[in-house]
Design a protein around this ligand. Structure first.
Ligand code: AP5
Ligand code: MG
Length: 214
């Protein structure tokens, strides 16, 4: 299975991608997580990306495309993968299609997790993230067992810099302008599955599974 997760910032792409990756035993590749790890480690990619991420802007296409295409060459991607947060622009989608085309390959589907902007800002201010293992929580909906501590690895949980309300508004603007056109891009290719992302986490997952198995 080669699946793309589409959706606004905070729509629940990461939450659902993690569950799908376990279900299908395929790697979960989140470009956001890769950038955050690079920022934490202070790598050259991290330093470049931080400037854009902190402002709620997209990292330039060339930087992201190279990173992802390289990642897809790893042996764990042979049975498929879940792309979370990539592609995010039409040129990124075209670059992915071109790279897959060369191997006579293509993605199976793009899942759009649909959540209106009003719900998003609320969700983001409650999100807590573990920079060590990538787990995410919500202080109301999905709280960790011990406040501020990751259930999975025991590291401290943080409020992401880019989850502050002003930055979230900017990210939503960028989403509508640059990423939302991908919904039509994949619809035209008959690869689009759309689910209502406002339901609770398990209901969203069940609806994705139903759509995938239909
Ligand atoms: P990235 O990390 O991908 O951020 P994003 O797309 O803005 O998405 P989020 O991770 O914020 O949200 P999500 O949809 O994964 O939601 P989650 O499951 O956590 O990217 C960060 C930045 O990196 C970008 O802004 C950009 O600058 C750069 N970047 C990354 N990829 C790029 C690319 N390809 N090109 C250029 N730049 C790129 O859920 C959110 C919260 O809601 C959580 O607290 C969760 O617990 C809760 N929640 C989830 N589902 C539900 C539910 N059903 N009900 C209630 N609460 C829920
Ligand atoms: Mg995410």
């Amino acid at each position: 299975m080669k699946i793309i997760m589409l959706g606004a910032p905070g729509a629940g792409k990461g939450t659902q991608a993690k569950k799908l990756a376990v279900k299908y035993k395929i790697p979960h590749i989140s470009t956001g997580d890769i950038f955050r790890l690079n920022i934490k480690a202070g790598t050259p990619i991290g330093l470049k990306a931080k400037v854009y991420i902190d402002q709620g802007q997209l990292v330039p296409d060339d930087l992201v495309v190279e990173l992802v295409i390289d990642r897809l060459k790893q042996p764990d991607c042979e049975r498929g993968y879940l792309l979370d947060g990539f592609p995010r622009t039409i040129p990124q989608a075209q670059a992915l299609d071109a790279a897959l085309d060369q191997k006579n390959d293509s993605i199976d589907c793009a899942i759009d997790v649909n959540v209106p902007d009003e719900n998003i800002i609320k969700r983001m201010s409650g999100r807590r993230a573990c920079l060590n293992c990538g787990a995410t929580y919500h202080i109301e909906h999905i709280p960790p067992k011990k406040e501020g501590i990751c259930d999975v690895c025991g590291n401290d949980l943080i409020l992401r810099e880019d989850d502050k309300p002003e930055t979230v508004k900017k990210r939503l603007e960028v989403y509508h302008k640059q990423t939302q056109p991908l919904i039509d891009y994949y619809r035209k290719k008959k690869k689009l599955l759309s689910v209502d992302g406002t339901k609770d986490m398990d209901a969203v997952f069940n609806n994705i599974m139903k759509a995938l198995e239909a």
